[in-house]
Design a protein around this ligand. Structure first.
Ligand code: MRU
Length: 347
C-alpha cells in the first residue's frame, strides 16, 4: 500500500474512497484525526486488507471500496477468474454490513454481462454509479431526516455514520448536517464509541470541519445526559436492517435505544435502501462480526488490561424494531409497522 499526498482534501469536501488514475485512493481512517493520510491501492487484495483493518469502514463506504477493488481485478491476465476471486474475497472481509455484499453482487452481475474487451471500463462505470447513488442518497436522507428533529435540537449520535462511512456526506450525520444548515441543531453529543473510537476520532473530525457545535462523551455518559433532559433525539446509522425493522449497528446502539425509550426520546435510524436486507426476517438472522480481543484490551496501541486478560469484542448489536421511532431512507421515512412500511418504500 503506497501512501500519497492529500490530494482529496480542500474545499471542505472529502471522499472516503475514489478512483484516481487507475488506482483506488482511500483516506486512511486509522490515522485520523492526527493525520489526513491517503493510500493508493493498485491491487484488489490491498483493498480487501484495507477493509479488514478498517482503514476504510462504514457500511456504504466498504461497499464502494470493494466495487472499485473489482475494477482493479479486471486488469489481471485472466480478468474473469480474477474478478470472480476478488468478489468472493472482498465480500468475506466483513460480515455484518449488507451494503458490502450488495455492492459486490452488483459488480458480479456487470462482470457476467460485460463484453470481455470492455470489462474493466464496465466495472469502473458501475462502481462510479454506486458511489454517485450513495452521495445522492445521503443528501436525500438529510432532507427527509432534518425536519424530524425539533428546533434547537440537542442530538446524540454513535460511532461514525458520516461521509467517512459512506462516501462524502453521511447518513445519520447527513441528517445532522442538513438540520444544522436549517438552524435546527443546537448541539451534538458524540459518543466516543469504544473500542475503536470512531465517534471521538471520526465524527468529531467531521462535525468540527463543518463548524457544528459538539461535545464528546464517554459511551457510559449517555444515560445521565438523558436523565438531565439534555438529549432531544438520538440518530444513528445502520449496517443492516432486517425486514421487520430490527437494525444492526455499531455495538452500543442497542443500549442507547433502550435508554432513549426509558426517557421518551425519539430514536432514529438513518440508512440507505441498500442497507435493507429483506432476506433477513428479523435481527436474529443478521451475522454479527466479532473482532480481535486486542481491540478491547488496548487503547491506541497501549495495553489497558493485565497481560493475558481475555475479552469479547462484538463489533455490532441489534436494536429491536419496537425501540426505533422511524427509519429514514432516501425514499422517505418508514414508521412502524416496518414489515409494511419498508416494503412500501422498496416498491
Ligand atoms: O465498524 P464500523 O466502523 O464499520 O461500523 C460503522 C457503523 O456502525 C456505522 O454506524 C454504519 O456502518 C452506518 S454508516 C453510514
Amino acid at each position: 500500500m503506497a501512501e500519497v499526498a492529500p490530494v482529496l482534501a480542500g474545499n471542505g469536501v472529502f471522499r472516503a474512497v475514489e478512483w484516481r488514475e487507475g488506482k483506488v485512493l482511500m483516506l486512511d481512517q486509522t490515522r485520523l484525526p492526527a493525520e489526513e493520510a491517503y493510500l493508493e491501492l493498485s491491487d484488489w487484495r490491498e483493498v480487501a486488507e484495507a477493509i479488514r483493518t478498517m482503514r476504510v469502514r462504514g457500511a456504504p463506504a466498504i461497499g464502494i471500496a470493494a466495487a472499485y477493488g473489482t475494477a482493479l481485478a479486471a486488469g489481471a491476465e485472466d480478468p474473469l477468474g480474477e474478478v470472480d476471486q476478488a468478489c468472493r474475497e472482498l465480500k468475506a472481509t466483513r460480515p455484518t454490513a449488507v451494503n458490502l455484499a450488495w455492492a459486490v453482487e452488483r459488480m458480479r452481475a456487470v462482470a457476467r454481462n460485460a463484453p470481455r474487451e470492455s470489462l474493466r471500463d464496465s466495472l469502473l462505470a458501475e462502481a462510479d454509479r454506486i458511489a454517485a447513488e450513495q452521495d445522492a442518497a445521503d443528501h436525500a436522507i438529510g432532507e427527509w431526516g432534518a425536519d424530524l428533529l425539533p428546533p434547537d435540537c440537542r442530538a446524540l449520535t454513535h460511532c461514525n455514520a458520516g461521509g467517512l462511512a459512506t462516501y462524502s456526506y453521511g447518513t445519520a450525520l447527513g441528517v445532522i448536517k442538513t438540520a444544522f444548515r436549517r438552524g435546527r441543531i443546537a448541539h451534538v453529543w458524540v459518543d466516543e464509541t469504544r473500542p475503536l473510537l470512531q465517534g471521538a476520532r471520526l465524527t468529531a473530525w467531521e462535525l468540527m470541519r463543518e463548524g457544528i457545535p459538539m461535545s464528546l462523551i464517554c459511551d457510559n455518559m449517555a444515560g445521565h445526559l438523558m436523565s438531565r433532559g439534555e438529549v432531544d433525539a438520538v440518530v444513528t446509522g445502520a449496517d443492516r436492517v432486517a425486514a421487520n425493522g430490527d437494525s444492526a449497528n455499531k455495538i452500543g446502539t442497542y443500549t442507547l435505544a433502550v435508554l432513549a425509550a426509558r426517557h421518551g426520546i425519539p430514536f432514529y435510524i438513518a440508512a440507505p435502501i441498500s442497507t435493507l436486507d429483506m432476506e433477513s426476517p428479523d435481527g436474529g438472522a443478521i451475522p454479527i462480526e466479532e473482532r480481535d480481543e486486542t481491540e478491547v484490551t488496548t487503547l491506541a496501541g497501549t495495553a489497558i488490561a493485565p497481560a493475558g486478560a481475555r475479552a469479547r469484542n462484538f463489533a455490532f448489536d441489534v436494536t429491536p424494531a419496537e425501540l426505533i421511532t422511524a427509519i429514514i431512507t432516501e425514499r422517505g421515512v418508514a414508521r412502524p409497522p416496518y414489515e409494511r412500511s419498508l416494503r412500501e418504500l422498496l416498491g
